[in-house]
Design a binder for this molecule. Structure first.
Ligand SMILES: NC(=O)c1ccc[n+]([C@@H]2O[C@H](COP(=O)([O-])OP(=O)(O)OC[C@H]3O[C@@H](n4cnc5c(N)ncnc54)[C@H](OP(=O)(O)O)[C@@H]3O)[C@@H](O)[C@H]2O)c1
Length: 328
């Protein structure tokens, strides 16, 4: 598995990482056994970067990773968590005292003295303007509670503001075959500044696997049911913000392109993200070991070639650009 430097963390991580929201909650039921098997399988396949958050299952995802970590102390791994969403999203909550309390909890959950990377979890826009917030994060680094920090963002403009902060090691942003805007400015700016880019929701919440139809139903505890119109959080996090039926039709078109190229759609979708210059790591979520194994294999796909890249650009322009591009 190719390793790339994760921005200003200076750490090398696998180009295909693992998203572990599924191991917490909001994706229907994922048993503890499956969750641990996903971590096992990913590590065996060469994945060295796990992304989690303190809110995923109210700490379940972090605790499972902590359990797994304790059983594999010699595995070289970078674990990124996030903080800021256990309270209402208001700028006054982004204080040094809260940061200390939140990171202490994550350190306990993950069984780590020092967290490898902590990301602000899609904070309100006003937080990006606050020097105090970033000073507080620098204090956590000085106190060795965290080794580095980054920002997970919703929009391109938030990403650019984060990249401009000299202490920010990484930005995390949605990038996939249905979400192209970060290619224009975010990836070049991050490369220039030496900031790592963690590409999330690379399968558009599974749509890009091409498995779903208009009739597919998701459990009530799955955000693909309860957040389809942004009822609980930014709608961009669910199916990448595209209207479901439009997404299904476009995903079937994408699947035809992938298969004509000799690849499974999910593999092609992940390779498409991984092969964008400036991306450090791609973090597909997996609910079982088979998905984790298949996703890791995307790290070995040879360059997709200009024809494939152009076809994905054409699909995006036809189906999504007008609605998606101005919004995020
Ligand atoms: N605000 C934030 O910072 C934020 C927000 C969202 C996500 N994230 C992070 O980004 C990670 C990735 O995003 P995501 O999990 O939301 O979306 P995603 O990676 O685009 O989609 C994950 C879903 O895709 C399907 N899938 C995965 N591998 C597959 C395969 N090989 N074949 C077929 N289907 C496959 C599964 O759907 P089924 O469940 O239907 O099997 C899985 O639950 C998260 O786990 C989390 O770590 C962060």
């Amino acid at each position: 598995m190719e390793q790339r430097t994760l921005g200003r963390t200076g750490r090398d991580v696998s180009v295909i990482g693992l998203g572990t929201w599924q191991l917490g909650a909001d994706w229907g039921e994922v048993s503890e056994r499956d969750a641990l098997a996903v971590l096992d399988t990913s590590a065996e396949a060469g994945v060295t970067f796990f992304d989690t958050a303190d809110v995923y299952g109210d700490g379940r995802s972090e605790r499972l990773i902590g359990t797994w970590r304790a059983e594999h102390p010699d595995t070289v791994l970078t674990i990124a968590t996030k903080m800021g969403r256990r309270v209402e999203q208001r700028p006054e909550h982004y204080t040094l005292a809260n940061f200390r309390a939140w990171t202490d909890r994550s350190r306990r959950n993950l069984g780590a003295d020092t967290l490898d990377l902590v990301q602000l979890h899609c904070p309100p826009s006003a937080v990006h303007a606050s020097d105090e917030v970033f000073d507080a994060l620098d204090t956590l680094v000085a106190e060795e509670a965290i080794a580095g920090y980054g920002v997970s963002v919703e929009t391109v403009s938030e990403a650019l503001r984060a990249i401009a902060r000299e202490g920010v090691a990484t930005v995390q942003i949605i990038l996939n075959a249905f979400r192209h805007k970060p290619l224009e400015e975010v990836l070049p700016a991050a490369q220039l500044a030496g900031v790592g880019v963690i590409a999330r929701v690379p399968l558009a919440s599974g749509l890009l696997s091409g498995r779903y139809t208009r009739e597919t139903e998701f459990p009530a505890t799955d955000h693909r049911s309860f957040n389809r119109r942004g009822e609980a959080f930014d709608v961009g996090e669910t199916f990448s913000g595209v209207e479901y039926d439009t997404g299904v039709a476009a995903a079937h078109e994408f699947a035809d392109l992938a298969r004509a190229h000799g690849l499974e759609p999910a593999t092609a979708a992940l390779a498409w993200v991984a092969q964008q210059p400036g991306v450090s790591t791609v973090i597909p979520g997996a609910r079982n070991p088979a998905q984790a194994r298949s996703n890791a294999s995307a790290g070995a796909v040879p360059p997709l070639g200009e024809d494939f890249m152009t076809a994905v650009g054409t699909l995006y322009d036809a189906r999504f650009r007008a609605e998606v591009h101005p919004r995020w």
